[in-house]
Design a protein around this ligand. Structure first.
Ligand code: NDP
Ligand code: MG
Length: 388
C-alpha cells in the first residue's frame, strides 16, 4: 500500500528537496497535503506533479490565485491558518514539517496527534516547545525524525548506542557568509551579502541565520531538546568545508562522525526511508579530491548568538520561545535594513533579560497557549527595543 505523506512548507528549500525525492518514486506515495505561503504557482505545479489531495496556501488572500492555478484538476484548494491546521489533522503516515519559523509548530503538533511520523526540519518547534512536542509524540505512540542535517547525523551516529555512554556531541558550523570578514566590518553587512552561503543552498532566513550563527544557536538548543543531552555536553566547532555534519563522542574516546556532501536530501531521504536505507541521488564524496577538512574555534565575539544559546539552555522554561521570537523579529528588521547585522544579537539579548520571568517553567506544564504567549510578548518587546 502506498504511504500517505504530507509536506508542510512544500514550496521552500526543504519542501522542494522532499518533492524531488518522492517524485522519483511516485507509485510508493499517496500525497495527502502540500502547503505553501506566497508562492502559489509553485504550490499548484507541485500539487499537480505529486497528485496531492489538497493544496493549502497559508495566505488567505492568495486563495483565488491558487484556485485558478488548479482549476480543471480534482485537487482540493484551501487557504489560511485554519486550513493549514485542518490539513495537518488529515491522516497520514509521514509528515514533513518544513515551514520556516514558529509558524511551523502547530501543524507539526497536530500531525503528531494523528499518530503520523514527523520528519522535523522546523527546528523552531523544538526550540520553542521541546518538551511539548516530544511528549506529544510519545503520547500518540509515534516518533519525530530529525531532518536538520546535524541532528540527522547525531541520530545516525547514535543508532544502537546507549545515551549514557555519550560524553559529548559536536555540532559543526560552516561559519556562514562572514566567517572570514573582519569583525569591525560586520556593521556594514547587507542582507544580500548575509543571504549567500558558502556551501549550502537554503531559504533566505536560515542562510542569514547561518551568517549570524543564530541558526547554530537554535541547533544547540534543538540538540538538548531532542536528544535530552545536557548543555555542558554539547559543543560546536567551525568546519568550513561542511562535510562532517556532527560527531558523537563516547565514553571510550571514540568519535563517530557523519560525513557527506552538503545536500539536504541526505537527511530528508534518511528520514523518509527510516528504519531502512535506500539509494539516494546525492554526490558520493571523493576524499582524495576533497584533500583536507579543517576546524576552527567558534569565536563568541564574532558570533554572540552561541553564548546566548548557552544561557537559554541553562535557563530552560519558555526562554527558547522568547529567544526564537526575538530572533525572528530582529531578523525581519535586518532584512528590511532597519537594524545592522550585529544589532540582531543585542536586541535578542535585551529581550531575554527583560523576559526572564519565562525561565524555569516546569517542562511538563508547557502548553501551546503558554508558548504562544511567550512568543507574542517577546515580539512586542523586540519591536519596542528596536524602536528606541
Ligand atoms: P524556506 O524559506 O525556503 O521555505 C519556507 C516554507 O514555509 C515555504 O514553503 C513558505 O511558503 C512557507 N511559509 C513561510 N511562512 C509561512 C507561514 N507563516 N505559514 C505557513 N507557511 C509559511 O525555508 P527552508 O526550506 O530553508 O527552511 C524550512 C525549515 O527547515 C526552517 O525551520 C529551517 O530552519 C529548517 N531547515 C532548513 C534547512 C535548509 O537546508 N533549507 C536545513 C535545516 C533545517 P512560500 O515560500 O510559498 O511563501
Ligand atoms: Mg542544520
Amino acid at each position: 500500500m502506498a504511504r500517505r505523506i504530507s509536506i508542510f512548507g512544500a514550496t521552500g528549500s526543504i519542501g522542494q528537496s522532499t518533492i524531488d525525492l518522492i517524485a522519483r518514486d511516485l507509485n510508493a506515495y499517496d500525497v495527502v497535503a502540500v502547503t505553501g505561503g506566497q508562492n502559489v504557482s509553485r504550490l499548484a505545479a507541485d500539487a499537480i506533479k505529486v497528485n496531492a489531495q489538497v493544496a493549502v496556501t497559508a495566505d488567505e488572500s492568495r486563495f483565488s490565485d491558487l484556485k485558478d492555478a488548479l482549476s480543471g484538476t480534482d485537487i482540493e484548494v484551501a487557504a489560511g491558518r485554519e486550513a493549514l491546521i485542518e490539513a495537518a489533522c488529515r491522516p497520514a503516515d509521514w509528515v514533513m514539517s518544513a515551514i520556516v519559523g514558529a509558524a511551523g509548530l502547530e501543524p507539526g503538533l497536530k500531525a503528531l496527534e494523528t499518530g503520523a511520523v514527523l520528519a522535523l526540519a522546523n527546528k523552531e518547534s523544538l526550540v520553542c516547545a521541546g518538551p511539548l512536542i516530544m511528549r506529544t509524540a510519545q503520547a500518540h505512540g509515534t516518533e519525530i525524525l530529525p531532518v536538520d542535517s546535524e541532528h540527522s547525523a547525531v541520530f545516525q551516529a547514535m543508532i544502537g548506542e546507549d545515551l549514557s555512554a555519550v560524553e559529548r556531541v559536536i555540532i559543526t558550523a560552516s561559519g556562514g557568509a562572514f566567517r572570514d570578514w573582519p569583525i569591525e566590518d560586520l556593521a556594514k553587512a547587507t542582507p544580500a551579502q548575509a543571504a549567500t552561503h558558502p556551501n549550502w543552498d537554503m531559504g533566505q532566513r536560515i542562510t542569514i541565520d547561518s551568517a549570524s550563527m543564530f541558526n547554530k544557536a537554535l541547533e544547540l538548543i534543538e540538540t538538548k531538546e531532542y536528544f535530552g543531552i545536557s548543555p555542558d555536553k554539547i559543543e560546536t566547532v567551525v568546519h568550513p568545508e561542511s562535510m562532517i555534519h556532527a560527531l558523537v563522542g563516547f565514553n571510550d574516546g571514540a568519535l563517530m562522525a557523519h560525513v557527506g556532501a552538503p545536500d539536504m536530501r541526505h537527511a530528508i531521504g534518511f528520514a523518509l526511508h527510516y528504519p531502512t536505507r535506500k539509494p539516494l541521488p546525492v554526490e558520493r564524496l571523493d576524499l582524495v579530491k576533497l584533500g583536507q577538512m579543517t576546524f576552527r574555534n567558534p569565536c563568541e565575539t564574532r558570533w554572540p548568538a552561541l553564548r546566548l544559546a548557552r544561557e537559554v539552555m541553562m535557563a530552560g522554561g519558555l526562554m527558547g520561545a522568547v529567544f526564537n521570537a526575538a530572533k525572528e523579529r530582529a531578523l525581519d528588521a535586518f532584512i528590511q535594513e532597519r537594524i545592522t547585522f550585529p544589532r540582531m544579537a543585542g536586541v535578542v539579548e535585551d529581550v531575554l533579560s527583560d523576559l526572564s520571568t519565562y525561565e524555569g517553567h516546569n517542562p511538563a506544564e508547557i502548553t501551546l497557549d503558554k508558548v504562544a504567549e511567550a512568543d507574542h510578548l517577546a515580539r512586542i518587546r523586540a519591536d519596542e527595543i528596536m524602536a528606541r
